[in-house]
Design a protein around this ligand. Sequence first.
Ligand code: KIV
Length: 270
Amino acid sequence: MEGKVKRITTRTLAEMKARQEPIVMLTAYDYTFARLLDEAGIEVLLVGDSASNVIAGHETTLPITLEEMIYHGKAVVRGAQRAMVVVDMPFGSYQGDSKAALHAAIRIMKETGAHAVKLEGGSAVLESVQRIVSAGIPVMGHLGLTPQAIYQFGGYRVRAKDPSEAQKLREDAQQLAEAGVFALVLEKIPASLAKEVSESLSIPTIGIGAGPHCDGQVLVLHDMLGLNKAFSPRFLRRYADLATIVSEACKRYINDVKDRSFPSPGESYD
Ligand code: KIV
């Protein structure tokens, strides 16, 4: 087994929380980026249903299908040697019958080779979480601004600012932890609430727009690489301006083809 890289597991993440080492998660949807992110040292690759937005161009995450998530999951798994790969369960695959939820989770695990699934919600999906965990499948939870409920929320505002929603989130977090989720994404909630929840749980929390006190952070790859200039929420830090780089490269290519400077003799065969 010489040269084999040690895989990040649920246990690794628990140990990282215990020694207060921040966990770094990014979304990934294809083989090429998965390989780059894995080589750069990202610990968890989330095959997010945000693929529905950034890959397929839908307005929300609701339309993406189980088949499409499996397709993206397979590609990411092929590119990840060290990172743990978590695949989002798409809208409609786990909110109803918990047996159907288990069936969908089993398909994701069998067909993609991923290491865990993620699903959104608290008490309403607890039976599904329990059934999937009982089958030996690691489940990551997701509370706060859960994009699959966007039409119920009526917008992308910060969640759990009012005391009753904050209390519901605390209770959901506790119930999910008791049901056996190995980590919990907290999206767009006040930093003070995320701190409190993170300190109250023994499992790691991964924040997005949830302040600095979570046990880890996640961003959507296309947003942090600056591929989508139209999307600029307060929590987003852009680490590159790939939109400009791609656009300038394409313009140079167009010019070179139009003025026949590409391909040159050196780029042609005798
Ligand atoms: O689908 C996704 O990208 C996510 C992250 C925002 C956590 O669920």
